[in-house]
Design a protein. Sequence first.
Length: 71
Amino acid sequence: MARSDTAVFLTTFCLTVVIDLTVAVEAGMVLAAMLFIKQVSDTTQITAVDESTETEGSHHSLIGKEIPSGS
């Protein structure tokens, strides 16, 4: 289990004991969503693709497509 998952679990558990189950679940969902978004953004990369960078052969997504100029 990752540290972030453990942190969400422990935060939810502590809030359940100290405050209320409803508040704990809400906080746990918000924390888990924020950590998921961060993980996805860390593992995603965006690169420009045009004819000069195309080296993948005929299975590439640009084959047979027109690219507008000035993009």
